[in-house]
Design a protein around this ligand. Structure first.
Ligand SMILES: *Cc1c(COP(=O)(O)O)cnc(C)c1O
Length: 497
């Protein structure tokens, strides 16, 4: 038995199979008012036997079990979630309310479009808003995530080159890129070549020019890049790629720094994905459902996935007549619930509100940077936008590393930032506070980070052994990654296996 606990204190929660006891139930059925069926009439082969090992629990067991589990979770509704590159902002509840409006929540994807005019209009209006925000020509809302959008974007680049005679062989990707970028290019059949980062933390334009041959299908870049730095030479970069007939893919995961301020379409970008679950405040749902709309320039418009939702004489229609389309990339319309939430967010903020999003996100990140860089030196002196990359350079001599800092933050009640990414920064600590954090919360985080740096000097073992207050301490990471225990096995099976 675990020790008695105070109310509200977290403890290790057993699985539901270990709660309750034999014969315990959480329901009571009225007495049978029909004749009991004669099981012997059912052929033996199809009769279901008793299910061994099913949880036998009361209502209170179930409710307490799941409420306790939910309290082991960290969430944006609890506090700062500084996970860099992920834009973990607070999701306004009005989005949720609108997504639950009956006509939107209960629409069936196979309904005749004539009876789903409102839903189709939501998709159309969202597309129009995204076009205005980004300056792109048209969007598909089908992709279910950013990575899915990348794949769709690269397939369109490929379709364009095939149409001009040759798919070309290579996609260029900066060395600071998110791992999904090279993965998407490779899945679409391309060879991936890296472009180095220069001393300012930007793409090395001379190196790009040298690599940019007629065999290169395109460049995938992130702007601001994953170091949080705006690619100042974006026009030169785009020109260098276009001169050789290549196309430019922009990973728009960092659009939170640009909304209402600058538009990728105006920078000459050919194709861009957005993450509605980042910039436009739809929930990040543990891997899904997300939404990764892809916007294209005029050049790539013919290749967009079919069908497209369009307006014709005041009615919303599905345009399936797209001969050059790469085809459908998702069943039905993509994750429609996310479209509703994103449109609610965009409309409730308006153009001025969206601009404030970017400005405050940048202000918050720079506030943290200014307050921490004496203890956690910045990787690049170039000013950063909505996220900031610090390092563990000053802690190393005390034997404390970035991972230890991240674990110790758990003891102070914060979700850790993204760590060891981007790969080009040694011991990277990537912090993205987003615009929704009040100064008090930023200050509490800064205090925790400064306290940890102090502890690294006075009591490094305390930091190295963290976390100390969570139900589970430090895991063996290699073992956890190589041999994850994904399925619960009752004790007796475990003993047998
Ligand atoms: C999150 C992210 C992606 C991938 O998006 P998902 O929606 O998680 O698939 C790609 N690039 C960058 C820079 C990101 O931050």
């Amino acid at each position: 038995m675990s020790a008695p606990r105070r109310a509200g204190v977290l403890r290790e929660e057993p699985t539901i199979f270990e709660v309750g006891s034999r014969g315990r139930v959480g329901h009571s059925l009225p007495p049978l008012d029909v004749p009991e069926s004669d099981f012997s009439t059912i052929p033996e082969g199809v009769r279901r036997g008793p299910i061994d090992g099913m949880p036998e629990v009361s209502e209170v067991d179930v409710v307490r079990h799941f409420v306790r589990l939910s309290r082991l979770n960290y969430a944006v509704d609890l506090g700062l979630y500084p996970l860099g590159s992920c834009t973990m902002k607070y999701n306004p509840k009005i989005n949720e309310e609108l997504a639950r409006v009956e006509g939107l929540a209960r629409a069936h994807p196979l309904q005749d479009p004539e009876t789903a005019q409102g839903c189709l209009r939501v998709i159309w209006e969202l597309e129009r808003s995204l076009r205005q925000i980004t300056g792109m020509q048209r969007f598909t809302l089908q992709p279910a995530a950013g990575a899915h959008g990348e794949m769709v974007g690269i397939l369109m680049i490929r379709a364009h080159h095939v149409k001009s005679g040759r798919p070309r062989a290579t996609i260029l990707v900066p060395d600071s890129a998110h791992g999904t970028n090279p993965a998407s290019a490779a899945m679409a059949g391309y060879k991936v070549e890296q472009v180095p980062t220069n001393a300012k933390g930007c793409i090395d334009l001379a190196a790009l020019r040298a690599k940019m041959t007629g065999e290169v299908a395109g460049l995938m870049l992130t702007n601001p890049n994953t170091l949080g730095i705006f690619e100042e030479e974006i026009e030169g970069i785009v020109a260098a790629v276009h001169e050789k007939g290549g196309l430019v893919y922009m990973d728009g995961a960092n659009m939170n720094a640009l909304v209402g301020v600058a538009r990728p379409g105006d920078m000459g970008i050919d194709v861009l994905h957005l993450n509605l679950h980042k910039t436009f405040s739809t929930p990040h749902g543990g891997g899904g459902p997300g939404s990764g709309p892809v916007g294209v320039s005029r050049t790539l418009e013919p290749y967009l996935p079919a069908p497209l939702v369009e307006e014709s004489s005041g009615r919303m229609v599905l345009n399936e007549k797209r001969p050059d389309s790469i085809g459908r990339v998702s069943s039905f319309f993509g994750n429609f619930g996310m479209h509703v939430r994103a449109l609610a967010y965009i409309r409730s903020l308006g153009a001025d509100g969206l601009r404030l999003v970017a400005e405050r996100a940048v202000l918050n990140a720079n506030y943290i940077r200014a307050k921490l860089k004496d203890l956690y030196p910045v990787a690049f002196e170039t000013p950063s936008l909505h996220e900031t990359i610090l390092s563990d350079r000053l802690l190393e001599e005390k034997g404390v590393r970035t991972l230890d800092v991240a674990k110790r933050l758990l003891d102070y009640g914060f979700h850790p930032p993204t760590i060891y990414f981007p790969l080009v920064v040694h011991g990277a600590i990537m912090i993205e506070p987003t615009e929704t954090e009040p100064k008090a919360e930023l200050d509490a985080f800064i205090t925790a980070m400064r306290t940890i740096a102090h502890e690294a000097s006075t009591d490094p073992d305390l930091v190295r052994g963290a976390p100390h207050t969570t139900p589970v301490g430090r895991l063996d990471e290699a073992e956890a990654a190589r041999r994850p225990r994904l399925r619960y096995k009752p004790e007796r099976d475990r003993a047998a296996s």
